[in-house]
Design a protein around this ligand. Structure first.
Ligand code: NAP
Length: 436
């Protein structure tokens, strides 16, 4: 191994890049849990340098002002730094700094989902070549232990599928819409007032944040390099209070799900609103909580639940990685590895399969149902159940299909729009967690 040797074996000196929500919470944890951390890491873990953007900002941390710098490169290059913790976010300069640290033989801990989703496989390769740890537990689902269970605890099992509620903002919004009947816009406003949503909520509500996490989950679960561009993505902006009420009346709860699965040697990864049966464990994950449901050959079904964001929960996950990296440094070893990533075919969304919920408005007269049912049948989509709800001269028909291919479903919807008795094809939502 060409990793760095710790010069003072009873001290691990940390360079912290970023001291915002997560970085400041980490600095407090390092201070408050010092003895516990020393016992577990086998060495005293000390933050000796901190890079921030604005040196004038008050920090209220038990760190000397001389520890702070606005030059993160100098922290990484400092020969006194044994481990680098990156919690500044964004792709650059974080990427270059992490790469420089790894190449210098320094283990890196990061919470940066955007970066790991994009460049994780390449950075893991560099870490492996340098013989040092690159740990990123906090990059997916904040405080919930997920990377380590996938990578270590389930290393001998074959993971079939991972279903995740991995974005607290959208789960909060959908919970409010479900429980209070509020509109998307009102629920988003409430999330923003409570600090759960950013002023620009695009990354959350359009599913970009969940897609980054889905890419990381798929990479680790299936040992294949999966990037955000491999993830099919739909957000929740089109979900209406009506859809949610209709889903509920049929026994489903609407959630934004990240779905990563291995099917016939292909990897399929997607993020979209999904109707989850009310009895499924994910249906009970409310408000801003996250949960990840794993299906594997030997262990069966497993669910991890907790806080997916917030300074303290995220710092807890970063701290776990930091203790791990410190322990390995002290032992002159490397931590768990996910092994070499091997490219696998990405299954196109057109070939993905699930049952679907479809709402169709049509003239309320004899023969209509037969015309619609024929259209489904012509495209190989079989109907599992149907409910009719009268709305004036028209009828609202709600269908749940058996498992169908996306491409066949799309062709069915196109054809339905040309059936003369159909006045509108409304919401279409995939059903997940109920195999037929
Ligand atoms: P944040 O509050 O915005 O903090 C960012 C920190 O990085 C600040 O201290 C900032 O300095 C510093 N920084 C930014 N750019 C810099 C640069 N070019 N040079 C030097 N310092 C720079 O962010 P956060 O919420 O702590 O999130 C940090 C990371 O954790 C992100 O990758 C995020 O995705 C990830 N994460 C966060 C959460 C969460 O709940 N917050 C959950 C999971 C993962 P100033 O203080 O001077 O502005």
């Amino acid at each position: 191994m060409n990793g760095q040797t710790v010069t003072v074996a009873d001290h691990v000196r940390v360079g912290l890049l970023g001291c915002g929500n997560v970085g400041a919470a980490l600095a407090r944890l390092v201070d408050e849990h010092a003895d516990l951390i020393t016992a577990r890491a086998g060495a005293r873990v000390e933050i000796i340098r901190v890079a921030v953007r604005d040196l004038a900002k008050p920090r209220e941390l038990k760190l000397p002002s001389t520890a702070f710098t606005d030059d993160p490169t100098s922290v990484v290059a400092d020969p006194d730094i044994d481990v680098v913790v990156e919690v500044m976010g964004g792709v650059e300069p974080a990427r270059g700094l992490i790469e420089a640290a790894l190449r210098a033989g320094k283990p890196v801990v990061t919470a940066n989902k955007e970066l790991i989703a994009r460049d994780g496989p390449e950075l893991l390769r560099i870490a492996a070549a340098s013989g040092v740890d690159l740990l990123f537990e906090a990059s997916v689902a904040g405080g919930i232990p997920l990377m380590r269970p996938l990578r270590e605890s389930l290393a001998g099992d074959r993971i079939r599928r991972v279903l995740g509620i991995v974005n607290g903002t959208t789960n909060f919004i959908l919970t409010r819409m479900t429980e209070d009947g509020t509109t998307f816009a009102d629920a988003l406003g409430e999330a923003q007032r409570l600090g759960y949503a950013e002023a620009d909520p695009t990354a959350d509500v359009e599913g970009f944040d969940a897609a980054s996490k889905a890419a990381i989950i798929a990479t680790i679960a299936f040992g294949a390099p999966i990037g955000p561009d491999d993830v099919y993505r739909e957000g929740i902006t089109q979900v209406t209070a009506d859809d949610i009420a209709s889903a509920r009346s049929l026994g489903y709860i609407v959630k934004l799900l990240a779905v990563a699965e291995e099917v016939g040697g292909d990897v399929a990864v997607r993020v979209h609103p999904a109707m989850v049966p009310v009895q499924h464990p994910l249906a009970s994950v409310r408000d801003s909580f996250n949960a990840v449901f794993i299906e594997a050959d030997a262990v069966g079904e497993l669910m991890l639940y907790g806080r997916g964001a917030g300074g303290n929960p995220t710092a807890s996950a970063v701290m776990g990685d930091l203790v791990d990296a410190s322990r390995n440094l002290v032992a002159g070893a490397r931590g768990a590895t996910i092994g070499e990533l091997v490219a696998k075919p990405i299954r196109p969304m057109a070939d993905a399969e699930s049952p679907f919920y479809i709402m169709v408005e049509a003239a309320d007269r004899p023969g209509v149902l037969a015309a619609i049912a024929t259209t489904f049948g012509d495209h190989g989509v079989s109907i599992k159940s149907m409910e009719q709800r009268g709305i004036g001269a028209d009828a609202r028909l709600v269908f749940i299909t058996h498992r169908a291919r996306e491409a066949d479903l799309t062709a069915t919807l196109d054809a339905l729009r040309h059936v003369d008795v159909v006045t509108r094809v409304g919401s279409v939502i995939r059903v997940v967690g109920e195999e037929d």
